[in-house]
Design a protein around this ligand. Structure first.
Ligand SMILES: [Zn+2]
Length: 369
């Protein structure tokens, strides 16, 4: 099969023919239909995660995976309701299954976890082996390019916004901000509207084209932050919303500056959640943080149940996508565009594969989305 593999840091991926992987008894072989391209793939290539995951080369990156079941391991139970030909997505974040976090369903933050594309082979290949427990069957067929990104870009902000909702800071007469309008941000504005029960949603970013898409996706207002001071941004916020402060914010960028801007605009008892990882540190003044009783949540990727919820929304047609379809052979030039921030929406490698039909005779009995 064809795979795009990484042999070292700061080098282009090598597109090469390799042996199609064998599956373990508890694994399923997925023929990849779509593989989303994430900025964290560029970070992986640049060595951002070198300390955290100490990978063994070569690595096949690609952690946003949707495909068709091609083969099923001998010990996969019937109760998993998986069949050859099913359209599936891969929930990333494969925990040990035994620790406290795994037991409550948060395998993506398991201390002994792994993630496809960051060690175990990922979706930048024609086939990928996946533990059967990490697959979610898609009942109502979706396009590959609309399915693959849901497993990270389309679910990570969802989990973050659920934390804001649980904190009780979104609702009518509240102002909620989304920082960033790229892959994650263009999904975040939609969840902000879906989950915020009438809050005013304001998107902050530096690119006019991306801001315009975020407004089409449902943001009430957009503010271009390029070259503007905190005071300028506050004035603009007042002009647009009548309020000078944000009750809640999700940061899909994660630069030192977006975190500073977010906290600089946060209202007393406001809540900020970080999902973006562009930078590598947090630098905010302590006194306003403590005296304002701010809350700061980290939110990492999403768990299996979060992804099931997002897939349910997608299958009801409630999620809009901004997609750039990529041919596999163009992967390296698109990684460069991703590095420079020049991709609008989500880039997805789409393989030549029909969406597929389930081999199940009686799908009604199945528990899935
Ligand atoms: Zn665990």
């Amino acid at each position: 099969m064809l795979a795009a593999r990484m042999y070292g840091y700061k080098q282009p991926l090598v597109l090469e023919e390799i042996k199609t992987p064998e599956i373990a008894p508890d694994q399923v072989l997925v023929r990849v239909g779509g593989a989303g391209m994430c900025r964290s793939d560029v970070q992986l290539i640049d060595g951002y995660f070198a300390e955290a995951i100490k990978p063994k080369f070569p690595i096949t990156p690609g952690h946003e995976i949707a495909g068709l079941i091609d083969a099923i391991g001998d010990s996969v139970p019937e109760t998993a309701h998986l069949a050859v030909g099913d359209q599936v997505v891969v929930a990333a974040g494969w925990g040990d299954g035994t620790c406290r976090q795994c037991r409550v369903g948060n395998e993506q933050i398991c201390e002994h976890g792994s993630w496809p594309g960051f060690g175990p082979p990922g979706g930048y290949a024609e086939f990928v082996p996946v533990p059967y427990r990490q697959l979610i069957r898609v009942e109502k067929q979706l396009k590959w390019e609309e399915l693959a990104p849901l497993t990270d870009a389309g679910v990570t902000p969802y989990r973050g916004i659920k934390k804001l909702r649980a904190a009780g800071v979104i609702g009518p007469d509240r102002v909620m901000a989304v920082f960033g309008a790229s892959g994650l941000g263009s999904y975040a504005v939609q969840y902000a509207k879906l989950l915020s029960s009438g809050a005013t949603v304001v998107v902050f970013a530096r690119n006019e084209e991306k801001l315009a898409i975020a407004k089409e996706r449902g943001a009430d207002y957009s503010i271009n932050t390029r070259g503007r001071s905190l005071g300028d941004l506050r004035d603009e916020l007042v002009r647009l919303t009548g309020k000078a402060k944000l009750d809640a914010a999700i940061d899909c960028v994660g630069a030192v500056e977006t975190i500073q801007t977010g906290f600089g605009l946060l209202a007393t008892a406001g809540v900020f959640v970080s999902v973006g990882l562009v930078g590598n540190r947090i630098d905010i003044p302590l006194f306003p943080f403590t005296a304002g009783e701010f809350t700061y949540h980290g939110s990492f990727w999403a768990n299996y149940a979060d992804l099931q919820e997002v897939l349910a929304l997608a299958q009801k047609g409630k999620i809009q996508h901004s997609i750039k379809r990529i041919r596999f052979e163009d992967i390296n030039e698109n990684l460069e565009l991703l590095r420079s921030g020049d991709i609008i929406g989500r880039a997805v490698i789409v393989f030549d594969l029909p969406a597929g039909a389930s081999a199940h005779k009686d799908a009604k009995d199945m528990v899935s989305v």
